[in-house]
Design a protein around this ligand. Sequence first.
Ligand code: ASP
Length: 590
Amino acid sequence: MHFKFKKMFRNRTNGELSLKNLNEEVTLAGWVQKTRDKGFMIWVDLRDRYGITQLIFDADRTDKSVIEQAKTLGREFVIQVKGKVIEREAKNPNLPTGEIEILVKELKILNKAQLPPFTIEDETDGGDELRMKYRYLDIRRAPVRNNLIFRSKVTMAVRKYLTEQGFVDVETPYLIKSTPEGARDFVVPSRMNQGQFYALPQSPQTFKQLLMVGGMDKYFQIVKCFRDEDLRADRQPEFTQIDCEMAFVEQEDILDVFEGLIRHLLKEINGVEVQKFPRITYDYAMRTYGNDKPDIRFEMKFGELNDLVKDKGFQVFDQELVVGIAVLGCSEYSRKEIDALIDFVKKPQIGSSGLVWVKYQADGVLKSSVDKFYSEEDLKTWAERMEAKPGDLMLIMAGETDKTRSQLSTLRMHMAEKLGLRKRNEFAPLWVLDFPLLEWDPDTKRFHAMHHPFTSPKPEDLGLLKDQPAKVRANAYDMVLNGNEIGGGSIRIHDKETQKSMFKLLGFTDEQAQEQFGFLMDAFQFGAPPHGGLAFGLDRLVAILGGQETIRDFIAFPKNNAGRDVMIDAPATIDEAQLQELCLKLDLKK
Ligand code: ASP
């Protein structure tokens, strides 16, 4: 990268000089990555955001005082040098600047540095926690730096695309009132309204709907959201959404615009052209892949076998669901390999009671772990269901429907990972449509909104609301990419009466609904247009486009798995005076 403007501090970066610049006098600045002192000659690798340039201090050609100074340089010292671009004797083909070096004439130490706690190179000896504690040093490393630059490139492309489509970037407040979206709120005590609290938004959901009532029509925002959830691996309590809403639209309009956005990103960022995204229903996804965010870069579709296997004396297969997958080319798996798979599904996190296997040998012969109960003819019908071919290994599970689907889905992903089918540079986006409106929560014995309470039921399912609420489908959709939900949204309710009955269905009294969401329902009475939208999880989207799945690597200052920022040491206690001012009394004994 070249500077487009005159700079006095440095006129070149450490990533740009080559033989083309031979004999130029340059001024560079940066950090000392490494020094090699051969007595009469000292080499220094000078690093900045743009790359690394080798400096040479040569006793024959550099002033003695400068050499003396160079001898004091340590790792991560910040320096400025003036010198001449010369050809290197030992060239380094792995470095863009590897053919030249700078014969230093002047050296200025701008700042000394303590020895860093880990090596600041592409490969580092620093563990996760240490790197997080000194994240600013970690950011000096090319892989982390490049991820942040990559993220910036993605957000710019998003802004450009949406702006060109007529979307307006509107900021919504961070100090708000709770919106129930399934997670706990982070709350902020108000000093001026003692005993009262703001909540940090789990998403700008109600505000973006109000913007539609306000006539804004097409809104987007790249926005921080906050959810106080029990932390699962690779979840952040604060994360970023690309939040969007449109008025006067049907579901189809939304699918069209945002499929366009992701197609644009895949092309701009990854150079990948994707045609129309496949669409499947939630129901189909659950039956075929056992989850609602299937990775469709590979097959291994579920085959349900109940009608083929029941009442043959093998009681395991008389359960609610018997379902299997065909794993490509694994019919030669040894007893040991299969045992390892059985151990895998029996792990407490998965909780299956075991696996039945069928080998469809390359010679067409079928062998199974249940040969006692089923003939080869039987096994052949199973193979058809699972679309197994000679050479494949069929893995079958049985049990309660939801559990078994989820267990087999985990096994499917495990096998795909093992077989290298989850390729980082292959992208298979799709839409999952027609989510159920409600979800039964056995703990609270109540229905919850599967997406959120503002989602509208499908008009054709309204008749079911009273007697079979679990069967009602919503105008809700998710975008899925490579086995990850990257975005989701819905067409919203936009009239007070429907919104009121929805709250009722979810167990709110009229008073509770009015108190929490009166502002929204009131707004609906002042001419709310039909509207809908969605939000993408930016952190995950960026990670996937970057060919990785760990979102932390794409966040400048992430929190650890316990929700802590180990660099600034937050959360932390506050002092007594602050507590008093906020009218907060702590009783930690409880
Ligand atoms: N607010 C929703 C969410 O955070 C997205 C939407 O419905 O637009 O998941």
